[in-house]
Design a protein around this ligand. Sequence first.
Ligand SMILES: [Zn+2]
Ligand SMILES: [Zn+2]
Length: 373
Amino acid sequence: MKKAKPIWTNILYFSITSAITLIAVPIYGWFVGFDLQQVLIMVLLLGFAGMSITMGYHRLWSHRAFEAHPAVRFILAIGGALAVQNSILHWSSDHREHHKHVDDDTKDPYSAKRGFWYSHIGWMLREYHPDRYYDYANVKDLQKDPIVVWQHRHYWALAWGVNFAITGALGLIHGDLLGTLLLAGVARLTLSQHITFFINSLAHIWGRQPYSHQNSSRDNALIAFLTYGEGYHNFHHRFASDYRNGIRWWQFDPTKWAIRLLSLMGLAKNLRRFADERIERAKASLQLNDAKTRFESFPDAERFIALLQSEYDLLLQRMSEFYATKKALLENKRLTTQYPDPAELMRRYAEVKAGWRRQRRLWKLLVALPAPG
Ligand SMILES: [Zn+2]
Ligand SMILES: [Zn+2]
């Protein structure tokens, strides 16, 4: 098979920025040194560029997981230019292809099935999809957003402009222009890009799959920590339009927290989230299938599988009792019809909650049974 044509501008760009980061920055640090302020500038810009990608490019534009005030969209478009990951339109078009054809070597732009290097950075170094020209047919909705169109039209001028203007201005204020450009400019850019690239590579290779085995995506708390919450990638591929990636309150997902904060401030609305019950069901059904497969090697497989199925049915029953009662509790108007007595409803709620928890505990033990031998 003929090798794909190299994309020299990208190869040159990555080579130069990597070389500066790995060679020039440490040399400068050794002979001249960086101070705490420069490190803080770097961390701030890293967070701004990174969250503009995760919150803006990814959850807002690619997945339409919420709506944002134009001021927020403008700031995210600027932060996206600072991250140098191409325009919102281009990025979202690629990302929607990724979700639609995930792991398909010919259609997923950064298919993890082609290995770590390819999904991380290799896909940008050669013309792997020469016949795929960008007509942006899959992002027609985004072309109605004037901020997206404006950013796309002036993308490269913006990317160079904001990188030099923001980093340069901060460097001038600081006093050490060159050092700030090196650390908060180039090294920050390299780091910021690899952090995003990890979501395409590592988050499809390393971690657990609690929600789906349909594709290679994985949940990994460590990757979530590095990527502003995007490491809960198995959940994300299963429930892509949910504004959250880490759904539990303790799961590290600063992008989710920031979106929620914006909504409290009136700057974001219509935050989309899947119902807890639907998410729980997806998880339980996967556990059932996994355990069934594992139980097949048990000496008394049929009996085990029958037991598993009946406990699963009971789990679903307890689950829907719990969520239905919770809903009744939240919707005050139903108090009068179905449960005329509020105290009675509270008692019922405590009862079904305990019932569900009990069954869930038992279920967890059951699906964790190790195969014999
Ligand atoms: Zn993915
Ligand atoms: Zn996505």
